[in-house]
Design a protein around this ligand. Structure first.
Ligand code: CMP
Length: 140
């Protein structure tokens, strides 16, 4: 398997509790390398666009408001099978269902305030990376 890249967010509930380093440490300990990273605060329009796939879901408004409530850390992770590996390290979307030792089991507060986001497929990874990072910010 060749090296793969995926997109990751440290969400507002985690940056607010000063868990950025702890979470990035879990990603690195799990074998992923942070190859691009920045701390930003999204506008509502950006959050709505980023999560547009969920626009018909009942939680869309709450999700977008939450994602702009505090700064977030957006990053690109690289490693063998990085998309799947990141999802393993994050654990299930709902922390109540997440395996022991995963980021969401250890740090997440609820299904909404679940500390991290990670791409679910190669196409979404490419789209999500391009949404936040320019080519100049992505070293080879
Ligand atoms: P994320 O991986 O960022 O993608 C969409 C987010 O919606 C998800 O993580 C959850 O944090 C959030 N969310 C809030 N409510 C729900 C819900 N009922 N079902 C699924 N996702 C939800």
């Amino acid at each position: 398997m060749a090296l793969e890249r995926t997109f990751s967010i440290v969400k507002p509930d985690a940056t607010k509790r000063n868990l950025t380093g702890a979470i990035c440490g879990m990603l690195e300990a799990g074998g992923l390398r942070i190859v691009a990273q920045k701390r930003i605060q999204m506008t509502l329009a950006q959050a709505q666009q980023f999560y547009s796939v969920h626009s018909e879901r009942p939680f869309y408004g709450e999700l977008c408001e939450f994602m702009i409530s505090e700064p977030i850390v957006v990053q690109v992770l690289e490693g063998e099978n990085a998309i799947l590996r990141n999802r393993e390290i994050m654990g299930a979307t709902n922390p109540a269902d997440a395996d022991a030792g995963t980021i969401r089991k250890v740090h997440a507060l609820s299904l909404g305030e679940n500390s991290v986001h990670g791409s679910d497929a190669p196409e979404t990874a490419a789209e999500e990376i391009a949404f936040f990072f320019s080519g100049l910010e992505l070293v080879g």
